[in-house]
Ligand binder design. Structure first.
Ligand code: TZP
Ligand code: MG
Length: 207
């Protein structure tokens, strides 16, 4: 079995609510060339065919650079394009079921906003946790606030990588540095004018 890649560093949430009809393959390629270590494809409003086609296109880029591609919510689409893994929230398929479907070779990420969810996610077979929302975000509506203190507690309780998420940008990233194993970012990368510069800045700040 191929070794699973570890999720860490600056992680791009390629959210189609933000990218819309934008040049998504070029965006992802620029971000990877500037140091992004993982890409998650998040497409809440499209039909399955559109999501699948976008995922297939993006996979060509992530494969070229050997960067893991994670699909948000949709286990079926992840299987269809042979993605590296899936990210599930607390209201998606349970992590144990996703593990049963995907087997050990795929990466599974689980969203957690408190200690119980973090510990359960790890026990259920997650490879990493997405912990947030640390700061104010407009990308996701139903977020639950996570304090830096809670992020630290979760990090101390689990062995798997902890990826901080939610409103992370160059002005607040310092607060997470040294606590989380990675930071997942959408707006601060996708809404700027210069993807390469913005990613480089985040990557340098995260260290
Ligand atoms: N889960 C918790 S907050 C969030 C997700 C998907 C949104 C992250 O996007 P942004 O734009 O970096 O706040
Ligand atoms: Mg979800």
């Amino acid at each position: 079995m191929k070794n699973k890649k570890k999720i860490q560093g600056v992680y791009l949430i390629a959210d189609f609510g933000i990218i819309k009809e934008g040049p998504y393959t070029a965006i992802v390629e620029s971000a990877i060339e500037s140091g992004i270590k993982a890409v998650q494809l998040r497409d809440k409003d499209s039909d399955a065919l559109t999501f699948y086609k976008r995922a297939e296109e993006i996979k060509k880029i992530t494969s070229k650079y050997d960067v893991p591609l994670i699909i948000n919510d949709r286990v079926d689409i992840a299987i269809a394009i042979d993605a590296d893994g899936v990210h599930v929230g607390q209201k998606d398929l349970p992590v144990e079921k996703v593990r049963e479907i995907l087997g050990d070779g795929k990466i599974i990420g689980v969203s957690a906003s408190n200690l119980v969810e973090g510990i359960q996610g790890e026990k259920g077979g997650a490879d990493y946790l997405g912990v947030g929302s640390l700061f104010t975000t407009t990308t996701k509506k139903d977020t639950r606030k996570v304090t830096i203190q809670m992020l630290k507690r979760i990090k101390n309780e689990v062995k798997i990588p902890v990826i901080a998420i939610g409103g992370i940008n160059k002005n607040n990233l310092e607060k997470i540095k040294g606590i989380a194993d990675g930071v997942a970012v959408a707006s601060a990368i996708l809404k700027g004018k210069d993807i390469k510069r913005d990613v480089l800045e985040l990557v340098n700040l995260f260290g």
